[in-house]
Design a protein around this ligand. Sequence first.
Ligand SMILES: [Zn+2]
Length: 500
Amino acid sequence: MPTRFFNTYSRELEEFHPLDPAGKRVKLYTCGPTVYNFAHIGNFRAYVFEDLLQRHLEARGFDVERVMNLTDVDDKTIKGCRQLGVRLAEFTKKFKDAFFEDIGTLRIKRAKDFPAATDYVAQMIEMIRVLEKKGIAYQAEDKSLYFRLSKFPEYGKLAHLNLDELRPGVRVQSDEYEKENIGDFALWKAWDENDGDVKWDSPWGPGRPGWHIECSAMATALLGPEIDIHCGGVDNIFPHHEAEIAQSECVTGKKFVRYWMHCAHLMVEGQKMSKSAGNFYTLRDLLEKGWTGREIRYALITVNYRLPLNFTFDGLSAARSALQRIDEWTERLKLHAGLQIPISEYFSTTLAGMNPKEATSYLLSKYKVVSGSELRKDTDGILAYGERFFDALDDDLNISGALSHLFNLVRETNRALDAGTLTDGQAVIALHVRNQIDSILGLSPDIRNIPAAVLALVEQRQVARANKQWAESDRLRDAVAELGWVVKDTKEGPKLTPKD
Ligand SMILES: [Zn+2]
């Protein structure tokens, strides 16, 4: 089945084919954070959805070249630094650093580039000059430059607005405005005293770029005039993305974006998230309450992106249980396979780069579990669960459908383990399918900070325990302790904590 995505522009499911003639390279632009505060979970819903998109495209063999901008100059950042009486760069640095820490916590893959708007002001000025030459940008009495909407009849197509009914005519200076205020939007904002020391020189006098031209300039500078996929939240559609299309297409004469993908809103306990309602959460708020990055990631990723997500604490508890179930199942499979496969093997790039058949032969030759003929007989059914998982994601990232295949695999193999009918080969292949799925979900327990030597000893100890070699198990526990770690046996398997 081909990969299909819902294109906001056409409002239809479309087969995905990148512009690259070789069909391999995908140019992806995702609107990043405005670094004037800590990003909230609504923002992270969009970033996690974009991460799912990138990982699935990579699983399907595409080379994803992703750019995510940082808006470090706009109405909000200027207001923030002025309130604190600090320089803009100092003010935004704190939130840039926090953003990178947060995406690490949520296991979001790094983009190829994270351009900051303040590093691309020259490119923004250049685009505005081109627009001015074409008679599309004009300088108003207030010295700011505006985009003349009457020159771009396509404006409103992405948001499916009827411009005639909205009677444009006024000018809007603010970065964000409602559909009722539709009108010529600001490209360059002339300096005024509210901007303090935030200003750049330009052919039109001192000032600063509007928010929309920032994304057009950074996307074009780093990805070229034509992008395959552009993502954001639904609240970016108007006016931000509408303005990006107008600016970019008027400058380059090319179709700016081929597939527009937007994720729906996030609600908290059924309410719109707002500071005044007391239901406003940053990622940090949730970590403080004892939830982990992978639990929050799971809660954000598991609702199909085009559906509104009702974020609740019950939902977080459900995420915790689901992850425990996957962890317990993984441990059972590892014990059953009776293999001394180091944990690192499951995260190895060797396996990640193989298709299921190659990986199967690799694992079986390396660990000599069953013969080839036996394998073909009993592992095809298991591999099929993995194939169905990825097929579901081909259908506009249908993650809930994909997860149902994962949990069917968990149930079926657990049942076979209970009945004593799961073969060693099936256990190895189920683990392999699990790891392929994990390359999408990114849900493995956090082992990043544990030394490989400790992990290896814990794995050996698990094998000893499975074989009821208690003296050996105790010896290995002491060896782990000598390296500064305490291993505790829990229902979900061994838990490691650093020794005090
Ligand atoms: Zn943007």
